[in-house]
Design a protein around this ligand. Structure first.
Ligand code: KMH
Ligand code: ZN
Length: 274
C-alpha cells in the first residue's frame, strides 16, 4: 500500500477559540500549530487564515504572511490554501491565495447546506472558473466533495476536460447538510472514483477517526484537524492539531501503514519536487 498522507486542517474558517482554545488565529499561532502538526506526521497543511480577532479572511497578504511563517518552521511541508474561504465570500475573494502559486489548493466541487440558512455555493460554472484559475497556475487541486453528487460532478467535468490529472479527491463527510460518514458512505464514494485517482477523507465531528481508520485500511489518505473536529475523544478537547495528527499516526501504525514525508506526498499526488 502507498504510504499515508496526513493533511492537517489546522484552523478552518468557522471554528472558534470558544470551541477549542487551541484554534489558531494569529500568524504566529498558525505557524506554531502547523509546525507541531508537521512534527506529529502531517505532510500537508490545509490552510485558512484569520484576522487577529478570529474573523475569516481570504486576503492575499494575510496568506502570504502565514505561508512565509509556516515555511520558516517547516521548509518542505506542502501548503494547501483553501479556496473555499467562508460562506458568502465572492469567487474572486476566495481565489486570492492562488495568486501566490501554491503547490496545491482546494477546489470545492458542488454546493452544500451548512446548517440553518447557510449555503456554501459552488455552481457548475463556479467549479469550471475555479478550475481554470487553478490549472493555469500549475496548481494541483484537492477536489472537495461533500457527498456523492459532488463526486459525480467531478467525474463528469473530468470526462469533458474541465478537470485534469492528477485527480485527488477529498471526501468531506458529516457536515450538517451534507452526506454522513458511515462505512457504507465511504465505500460508495471510494468505489465511485476513477482507478487512477487518489483520495483522502475528512470526517467532520464524530466521524473524524472512524473515517480515518477506514481510509487507512483501504489505502486512502486522511485529513484531520481542528477545522473538522475539536475533540480527541468523546467529551475531551484536543490539545492542539498535533494531538489529532498523532492519534491518526497511531492508527496507521496499528495497520502497518507508514507515513509519507512531504517529498513522498508530492510523488503520490503528482506535484513537482520543490
Ligand atoms: N469554510 C467552508 C465554507 C475549503 O477549504 O475549500 C469551506 C471550506 C472548504 O472549508
Ligand atoms: Zn477548509
Amino acid at each position: 500500500m502507498e504510504k499515508l498522507i496526513i493533511t492537517a486542517a489546522i484552523c478552518g474558517a468557522e471554528v472558534t477559540k470558544e470551541m477549542n482554545p487551541y484554534v489558531p488565529y494569529t500568524i504566529k499561532e498558525i505557524a506554531i500549530e502547523a509546525y507541531l502538526a508537521c512534527q506529529a506526521g502531517a505532510s500537508i497543511i490545509h490552510l485558512h487564515v484569520r484576522n487577529d480577532d478570529g474573523t475569516p479572511t481570504q486576503d492575499v497578504d494575510r496568506f502570504k504572511e502565514a505561508i512565509t511563517a509556516i515555511r520558516k518552521l517547516c521548509p518542505d511541508i506542502i501548503i494547501q490554501p483553501s479556496t473555499g474561504g467562508a460562506v458568502g465570500m465572492s469567487n474572486d475573494e476566495r481565489l486570492q491565495p492562488t495568486l501566490l502559486h501554491p503547490e496545491m489548493c482546494t477546489l470545492d466541487c458542488g454546493s452544500v447546506n451548512f446548517g440553518g440558512d447557510e449555503v456554501f455555493i459552488n455552481t457548475e460554472n463556479d467549479i469550471k472558473y475555479f478550475a481554470e484559475k487553478i490549472y493555469e497556475k500549475g496548481i494541483i487541486p484537492e477536489l472537495e466533495c461533500f457527498g456523492k453528487m459532488h463526486v459525480d460532478q467531478v467525474n463528469r467535468l473530468y470526462k469533458k476536460g474541465f478537470l485534469k490529472e492528477h485527480l485527488h479527491f477529498s471526501f468531506v463527510l458529516g457536515v450538517n447538510g451534507g452526506m454522513t460518514g458511515e462505512e457504507r458512505d465511504f465505500l460508495f464514494l471510494k468505489d465511485s472514483i476513477p482507478n487512477h485517482a487518489t483520495y483522502s477523507v475528512a470526517g467532520i465531528g464524530r466521524y473524524e477517526f472512524s473515517l480515518a481508520e477506514l481510509a487507512i485500511k483501504h489505502g486512502g489518505h486522511v485529513r484531520v484537524g481542528l477545522e473538522d473536529n475539536v475533540f480527541i475523544e468523546k467529551g475531551k478537547l484536543a490539545e492542539g492539531n498535533a494531538d489529532l495528527v498523532q492519534k491518526v499516526a497511531l492508527i496507521a501504525k496499528k495497520y502497518g501503514r507508514e507515513l509519507a514525508t512531504p517529498k513522498e506526498a508530492r510523488r503520490i499526488l503528482g506535484i513537482k519536487e520543490l
